[in-house]
Design a protein around this ligand. Structure first.
Ligand code: AMP
Ligand code: GLY
Length: 425
């Protein structure tokens, strides 16, 4: 079957790499893709939110499945668009309809969903411009630090952890009165600060049954030792040593089952990925957030550990028989290191020629923000390349990925040399 992947980052590169290995895939298209995805399929110059352009392409190229990488097209209703169209409705879209995508698209919605279904999460209250004064009062009654979250999609920037009451009040005012995050911040969630270690858990579901994919740890800060500004993610490791059988049993019982059952009982159809951002607080899981897609760079660590035919798993989602599919996961350890542009996550350098990719022999190089300029590979985004190494031991995996990251050069290249080292025994 012909498959179309929407997106252009490291996550989509990992999907494309895996799907291109499946006998069930005949032609693979990636829209828009990057300089690396053209090795696995054909790049198509279309934006993932250009629904009409996608329709034309899908019908013109006999595409029989669409895998949506990023959240934006899902929140904007690409799956609903397909279902509402006579010619498209039988072509499966992997990713929820807009109602399910609210789990990521509206933090207020997702918090209310968790409360309703008894899923452990931080205590919270939601405020708007109309009750700003109550918001100030509420802040006074809370412990510090305190977390403020814009309700809608804010490109990963909508979460503020405030350490003083003054800062929290100023930020609340900025969001609600000065439209700091525009429409996304017209509702603000004030949330208790959770202590603990973070973990990314991934679930694939057809709406009834589900498979728990390999979990991963994401390294969000730009600086070594988890310092400096937040980024989209500077590296990841899978599996995660503290996510042992006992902890994962709690995650399944307290979080995954009530999430899947809650979607069902609320009448929310859901076919796709659920990415659960968790805090492990003294062995107990609390949900920080849901995302309705896979994580990036977690996907670049998770996908190489999946040994089963990935297209077959996606067919299980599409056809509603995921329970009959087998998920085989490698015991090996995957470490992913992100090579980013100089200046990232602030204003960053672009269009720098990249050399040394061919020097990498023991890791997979997934392109993220790259483009081909007459055959020369150049940087085109903040996160440029993801280097993944799959090895028998954590030490080997971390060491190989770190060494291979160092084999690639471009002006301003930066990566963290400490990814995974906090997990060494
Ligand atoms: P999000 O955009 O929801 O992924 O939040 C970004 C990051 O902020 C998370 O990965 C956490 O590190 C942190 N964070 C969000 N909510 C909380 C919370 N309630 N307590 C502690 N840290 C949080
Ligand atoms: N790595 C975190 C995310 O994809 O949101």
């Amino acid at each position: 079957m012909n498959i179309l992947i929407l997106g252009s980052g490291g996550r989509e590169s990992a999907f494309a790499w895996k799907i291109s290995q499946s006998e069930k895939c005949s032609k693979l298209f990636i829209a828009p893709g990057n300089a690396g995805t053209s090795a696995y399929g054909k790049n198509v110059n279309l934006k993932p939110t250009d629904f009409e352009g996608i329709k034309k392409f899908v019908l013109g190229n006999a595409v029989k499945m669409v895998l949506v990488g990023p959240e934006e097209p899902l929140v904007k209703g690409i799956h609903d668009y397909f279902l509402a169209d006579e010619e498209l409705r039988r072509i499966p879209v992997i990713g929820p309809q807009s109602e399910g995508a609210k789990l990521e698209g509206s933090k207020d919605f997702s918090k209310k969903f968790m409360m309703k279904h008894g899923i452990p999460t931080a205590a919270f209250k939601t405020f708007t411009k109309a009750n700003l004064q109550e918001g100030f009062k509420y802040l006074e009654s809370q412990k510090l630090p305190i977390v403020l979250k814009a309700d809608g999609l804010a490109g990963g920037k909508g979460v503020l952890i405030c350490t003083t009451l003054k800062e929290a009040q100023q930020e609340l005012q900025q969001m609600l009165q000065a439209d700091k995050f525009g429409e996304a911040g017209s509702k603000v969630i004030i949330e208790q600060f959770l202590e603990g270690i973070e973990l990314s858990v991934f679930v694939l579901t057809d709406g009834n049954s589900y498979k728990i994919l390999p979990e991963a740890k994401d390294y969000k800060r730009i600086g070594e030792g988890d310092t400096g500004l937040n980024t989209g993610g500077m590296g990841s490791v899978s599996p995660v040593p503290f996510a042992d059988a006992d902890f994962m049993r709690k995650v399944e019982e307290r979080v995954i089952l009530p999430t899947i059952n809650g979607l069902k009982s609320d009448g929310i159809p859901y076919k796709g990925f659920i990415f659960i951002g968790l805090m492990n607080d003294a062995g107990n899981p609390y949900v920080i957030e849901y995302n309705v897609r896979m994580g990036d760079p977690e996907t670049e660590s998770v996908i190489p550990r999946i040994e089963s035919d990935f297209v077959d798993l996606l067919l299980g989602v599409a056809e509603g028989n995921l329970d009959q599919k087998e998920l085989i996961v490698s015991e090996k350890i995957a470490t992913t290191i992100m090579l980013v542009a100089g200046g990232y996550p602030g204003e960053y350098l672009k269009g720098r020629g990249i050399t040394g990719i061919d020097n990498v022999r023991h890791s997979i190089v997934f392109h993220a923000g790259t483009e081909s300029d007459n055959g020369v590979i150049k940087s085109a985004g903040g996160r440029v390349l993801a280097i993944t190494s799959l090895k028998d031991t954590l030490f080997d995996s971390v060491q190989t990925a770190t060494a291979d990251a160092g084999r690639i050069y471009y002006d301003g290249r930066y990566f963290r040399h400490d990814i995974g080292q906090d997990l060494f025994p």
